[in-house]
Design a protein around this ligand. Structure first.
Ligand code: PLP
Length: 694
């Protein structure tokens, strides 16, 4: 826990206090930083940052936004121009200097801008190329990341680009209405189930002057819209969501399909058109919507859905509905593993391909039906925000499964057991003797079998603790040797070994709070050390978080070519103890990338580990990174209040306990004071582990 009362204050009037910080006095950009002189006689380096780039597949999933500096640190190029870079390691160091320690979320505002502009220009290009006569708008669904700063950034640039916002619930609607104050021309789309309160708010917002379209998900909502339109004398804009028979693919494929939870069947749409006609409101029906799921990885599903949707649209026009807007929902995915394939952590298309396919398909269907081209809308969320946030955590320590064994001690143990040596121990010793020459699979089977038998005997109370320790040591050592012998050609039978023998790196963050999709749906996120990439990583390991949950670990990593169960990591460097007598290691920071979509809002308070600090970074006019905003993470007090604790009452209870302990001479007055001030500081502190600066 944080021991101080927060980050040190900046001098009044400093840049930091004005909200724009140059947080390091030294230049941070490799263009301007002095590079160390190369020794003339140096042999060609065995390791290089180029190899690191390939190892961590930055060139594949990074899509031009991420690279490695000459200093071996990870850089972000927010507009894909390597001449304009943000060194993430320097950002972390600068924040630490200011008292903000990892875990930290770095939000890259320029990168978010770039994603918005890229989407705009992809559709503009496609429209121009095929001479489509409609226009395009992206309506950002705030559910993907509702953080005010993110939504305001999207709102501000979105205004310029002709984008809008989407709300899927009452709280989101209220947020969107406030966000669009002063931006009345921004389109607002309302999806999700709606009750009378929701619809009344939409109708009144229409009167207020907002361009707001409620999308009918259930027939009853249409009746509510008509009722409130009559009551307030408004001609609302109306949309309908259709249940397509075309399904998406992947985890959210059930968002669509005729048995999907959302939307109207085609016969309900026809019934709705008649009802609107009866009530002289048919001219209000403007928009047809669908959403076939998120992270749609196969472009063929998108093409099928778009064709079906466009046919329904044309059919509605032929029934006399004026229409004008075709909304394809979200679904544009992100290539998390860089494989550019039709698989759950990837997508087999680019933004441009997506845009071109959508425009071309709608155009074809409309031209065949003789229907004017509609204004196209997408509700892309993930594809806009995923790239713009990086979670940084520090490594607290590591545990190794070593190959080293103390054979003398094991043999002494065997001798001491006399005639009663447990057979599995003898079997493991036998495998160990043969391990350098025998068949890999056979040796592995023998070792696994002996280990299982050893565990059974121990569980039944037939073997001692030293025997169990010896069998474990032998098994790990055998496994390590087999793995080394197998090299690149690991037989399938041994495929569990790398994860079994990998180191465990203990990291200061909560998977449940910061990357919940890694736990909940096995989503892969690229993970890369933020520094030391000019050094070869010599260890392989899995990552364990701070929670006391065995699920709180990451043991699958991105690799386009194979299932990767351990990550290449650097040896932690020991440093002299900081005075408390405990060994310590040099800071080692890992970046978890592409966490800008859904992760922040889906995160939970498991173990009461709260929101991390979040920092907004932008490049200034000179191309230098500046910190625009730091949003402090939750304090312990805040998360406790969230679960209905009352910190003043808690303090009072502890004060009474301390008084009793002093009276009974279990604590001195001085110790009592120390306890209470540590308790106070704990309540005010960060929920994550902080550097021990004793
Ligand atoms: N629109 C609707 C109706 C949704 O339900 C969602 C998310 O599930 C989205 C848009 C955003 O989808 P994505 O983030 O895949 O673009």
């Amino acid at each position: 826990m944080r021991t101080g009362a927060g980050p040190p204050a900046d001098p009044p009037g400093s840049l930091f206090q004005q909200g724009r910080v140059r947080y390091l006095s030294a230049p941070m950009n490799p263009r301007v930083a002095e590079s160390p002189a190369e020794p003339e006689t140096a042999a060609p380096p065995a390791w290089s940052t180029a190899r690191a780039e390939e190892l961590y597949r930055l060139h594949l999933w990074g899509k031009g936004y991420v690279g490695i500096s000459a200093r071996g640190t990870v850089e972000v190029y927010p507009d894909k121009d390597p001449a304009r870079s943000i060194d993430l390691h320097e950002i972390v160091l600068g924040l630490e200097e200011r008292g903000f320690e990892p875990p930290l979320l770095i939000r890259l505002s320029d990168l978010l801008d770039h994603r918005l502009r890229e989407l705009r220009s992809a559709f503009d290009d496609a429209i121009r190329q095929v001479e489509y006569s409609g226009q395009y708008t992206c309506v950002y669904p705030i559910k993907v990341n509702q953080q005010r700063h993110i939504c305001e950034e999207i709102r501000d640039l979105g205004s310029e680009l002709g984008f809008g916002l989407e709300a899927g619930s009452i709280p989101e609607l209220l947020a969107v209405l406030a966000l669009t104050s002063g931006h009345e021309q921004m389109p607002i789309i309302c999806n999700g189930f709606k009750d009378h309160e929701f619809i009344e708010m939409v109708i009144l917002a229409t009167k207020l002057g907002r361009r707001i379209v409620p999308v009918v998900e259930r027939f009853h909502e249409l009746e509510l819209i008509m009722r409130y339109a009559r009551r307030y004398q408004v001609r609302p804009r109306i949309g309908m969501r259709v249940k397509l028979s075309a399904k998406g693919v992947g985890r959210w494929e059930h968002s669509a399909g005729v048995r999907g939870k959302f939307g109207l069947s085609v016969s309900e749409i026809l019934r709705g058109i008649e009802k609107l006609r009866e009530h002289d409101l048919l001219d209000c029906l403007e928009l047809l919507h669908c959403h076939i799921g998120s992270q749609v990885f196969d472009i063929r599903s998108i093409k099928n859905a778009v064709s079906e949707l466009a046919h329904v649209y044309c059919g509605m026009v032929k029934q006399g509905a004026p229409m004008g807007y075709l909304d394809l929902g979200g679904g544009m995915g992100v290539d998390y593993d860089g494989s550019q394939s039709a698989s759950e952590s990837s997508i087999n298309y680019t933004v441009q391909e997506y845009a071109t396919d959508v425009v071309y398909r709608v155009q074809n269907v409309c031209d065949d039906a003789g229907v004017p081209h509609p204004h196209l809308i997408t509700e892309s969320g993930r594809a806009l925000t995923a790239y713009s946030s990086v979670l940084v955590c520090d490594v607290l320590g590591a545990r190794r499964m070593d190959a080293r064994i103390d054979l003398d001690t094991i043999q002494a143990l065997v001798r001491s057991e006399g005639d009663e040596v447990p057979q599995p121990l003898l079997d493991l010793l036998d495998v160990y003797e043969r391990v350098s020459s025998g068949g890999l699979v056979e040796l592995y089977h023998d070792a696994t079998h002996a280990r299982e038998e050893a565990m059974t005997l121990f569980g039944l109370g037939y073997t001692s603790l030293p025997v169990r320790a010896a069998t474990e040591e032998l098994f790990w050592a055998i496994g390590r040797i087999l793995l080394d012998r197998a090299g690149e050609d690991l037989p399938d039978e041994l495929s569990d070994l790398p994860a079994l023998l990998g180191d465990i790196y203990f990291c200061n963050f909560s998977i449940f709070q910061s990357v919940p999709d890694s736990w909940g749906i096995d989503q892969l996120f690229p993970i890369v050390p933020l520094h030391r990439l000019d050094e070869e990583p010599t260890r392989r390991g899995v990552l364990a978080d701070l929670t006391c949950d065995s699920d709180g670990k990451i043991d699958r990593f991105v690799d386009p070519y194979e299932e990767k169960r351990t990550l290449e990591l650097h040896e932690l460097r020991e440093v002299p103890s900081n005075g408390n007598g405990l060994p310590d290691t040099e800071p080692y920071y890992l970046g978890i990338f592409l966490v800008g979509a859904y992760q922040e809002i889906l995160g939970d308070l498991h173990n009461l580990l709260g929101d991390t600090h979040a920092v907004h970074v932008r490049l200034d006019g000179d191309g230098e990174p500046v910190i625009e905003e730091i949003v402090e993470g939750d304090t312990v007090e805040e998360v406790l209040r969230y679960v209905q604790y009352d910190p003043p009452q808690m303090k009072q209870a502890l004060r009474k306990d301390v008084e009793r302990a002093i009276r009974d001479r279990r604590l001195t007055v001085q110790e009592g004071r120390q306890f209470l001030s540590a308790y106070d500081a704990g309540l005010e502190g960060y929920t994550y582990l902080e550097t021990d600066d004793e």
